[in-house]
Design a protein around this ligand. Structure first.
Ligand code: SF4
Ligand code: SF4
Length: 500
């Protein structure tokens, strides 16, 4: 009688253990796998809910306890001989191993696509990783040689400034920023959505005790992307106050309307009222706008005409379209500071093009000299991603164009023909019936391939309101829509595969 009830109890425990393991697998697949995927993509843990971790952990604990109790109640318990002990231990280990393996498979299986892509990225040499020997002796310990007036802000800023889109505390960004300060850089550009707030956190730590030496720019934004359209004044103020906390400062010198793609967003009354209130409270000094979208001209024209903006940050590089020079001239005439970004024209030079090593290592400085030869540009913001950039980039400070630059820049242009998407252009957008944001898709591909920011590129791509999955089965009416000869469908399909 006792044996039968013991058998029933043991069966019940077995069922309970199986149910617990099944629940753990389901929770692992549905909750834990996306959580792990987010961590792997570089999203800070502070932005993720702990519920998946707690729920899966609790279920796993139940499964483990149920398995141990079940194993201890098997017939082997009734006759605790040596053989029975071995049998019980075998059952226990088998149950635990099978359950754990099934849970791990559920979590890993769901992230297989990510692992494939990242594995590929890790397996090939990252195109942005140049060897320290590339750093020429004459560049070593370079310091900033020129400071320019930033329009009516009256600040004198380094001609080469620290862009921090790729840095985070985990990537050594704090130390990199500190060393940039030591080298004379006095303009830091950041944004809440750069490395999911990691950039602001790293800069906040690096600036401790030296805040007064710096002109600091951030953006109206959240760590997960733009403030949604229609947000209130209070919401715009709140995101800036959160930036101040991360940056460990009481004020920022400049707040940009971030990556602005429409005049409506540029002139949103809520943004302007929020800025005015922040300025009254001493939390912000100047207002700016950053834009590299197809509507750059429209946005820049409206910003200049509004007289509200103190700084324009524009995508500007060699071979830029002629009207851009005109915009910069008009901005400077209105005493608006002009900051150039995207100055490396896609940064395709690091390993992706048929350039000699010498051409590759000379290209950034030649490109910077071209940008800085425009006296209306106050500074260029370039993304520093590794310590070598302190030598390589800063060595171009204060220089004027050199004789070989023209041939090198022309060679670069020939090499990128059909590969580089001009962000200001947008000529192809109307050709896509699916409204794929072709320029954004190709920009994130550029971040992945040329900038070497694989995780960040994938994270930003995942935040796009529309991705390029439709391209896989599309007849490609965009075929001849690019005046620069880019095979759009081919590039967007590949981009979707890389970035998804
Ligand atoms: S793909 Fe071509 S047409 Fe489309 S935005 Fe880029 S450069 Fe312009
Ligand atoms: S291939 Fe893609 S980008 Fe081109 S038209 Fe089709 S959906 Fe649009």
């Amino acid at each position: 009688m006792q044996t039968r009830s013991t058998t029933h109890a043991t069966r019940g425990l077995a069922v309970l253990a199986l149910v617990a393991w099944a629940s753990t697998c389901v929770l692992g697949f549905t909750l834990m796998a996306p959580w792990v995927g987010s961590i792997a993509e570089g999203i800070g843990r502070s932005y993720l809910s702990p519920i998946p971790l707690i729920a899966t952990g609790a279920s796993l604990l139940c499964a483990l306890v149920a398995t141990v109790v079940w194993a201890s109640r098997t017939r082997a318990v009734a006759s605790p001989s040596s053989a029975a002990f071995l049998e019980r231990r075998g059952l226990l280990l088998t149950g635990l191993a099978a359950g754990t393996a099934a849970t791990a498979a559920a979590v890993i299986g769901r992230n297989a696509a990510w692992i494939h892509t990242t594995g590929m990225a890790v397996g090939t040499s990252t195109p942005t990783e140049s060897d320290p020997k590339d750093v020429q002796a004459s560049w070593r310990d370079a310091t900033i040689q020129s400071y320019r007036r930033l329009g009516r802000t009256e600040a004198r800023v380094s001609d080469i400034s620290l862009g921090s889109a790729s840095i985070s505390p985990e990537s050594g960004g704090e130390e990199l920023a500190r060393r940039a300060l030591d080298r004379g850089i006095n303009y830091f550009d950041t944004a809440p959505d750069y490395t999911a707030a990691g950039s602001e956190i790293a800069l906040g730590r690096a600036m401790k005790g030296r805040r007064d030496k710096l002109f600091l720019a951030t953006k109206f934004c959240t760590p997960r992307g733009h403030v949604p359209a229609g947000a209130s004044v209070a919401e715009y103020m709140r995101v800036v106050e959160e930036s101040l906390t991360r940056l460990q400062t009481d004020y920022v010198d400049l707040i940009h309307v971030h990556s602005c793609n429409s005049v409506e967003r540029l002139l949103d009354p809520a943004v302007h009222e929020a800025f005015d209130r922040l300025r009254e409270q001493g939390k912000a000094r100047f207002l700016g706008v950053s834009t590299h979208t197809p509507r750059l001209q429209e946005v820049a024209d409206a910003a200049i005409a509004s007289r509200r903006f103190d700084v324009l940050m524009l995508a500007y590089h060699h071979g830029a379209w002629p009207q851009l020079g005109d915009i910069i001239q008009r901005a400077a005439a209105a005493d608006i500071g002009v900051v150039a970004m995207k100055t490396l024209k896609g940064a395709h030079h690091e390993g992706l093009l048929e350039l000699t090593q010498q051409e590759r290592s000379s290209y950034p400085q030649a490109a910077f000299r071209w940008v800085l030869s425009n006296p209306d540009v106050s500074s260029l913001v370039i993304s520093f991603r590794k310590p070598q950039h302190l030598d390589e980039y800063i060595a171009a400070s204060g220089q004027t164009p050199k004789q070989p630059d023209t041939a090198l820049l022309a060679r670069y242009d020939r090499e990128i023909a059909g590969k580089h998407c001009f962000q200001h252009c947008g000529a192809c957008l109307d050709a896509c019936p699916e409204n794929v944001p072709i320029d954004d898709v190709l920009r994130h591909r550029m971040y992945f391939e040329s900038y070497g920011d694989q995780k960040e590129a994938m994270r930003l791509y995942s935040l796009l309101p529309k991705q390029a999955d439709a391209c896989a089965s599309c007849a490609a009416p965009c075929l001849n829509a690019c005046p620069f000869g880019i095979p759009i469908a081919e590039r967007t399909r590949e981009a979707h595969h890389l970035l998804s």
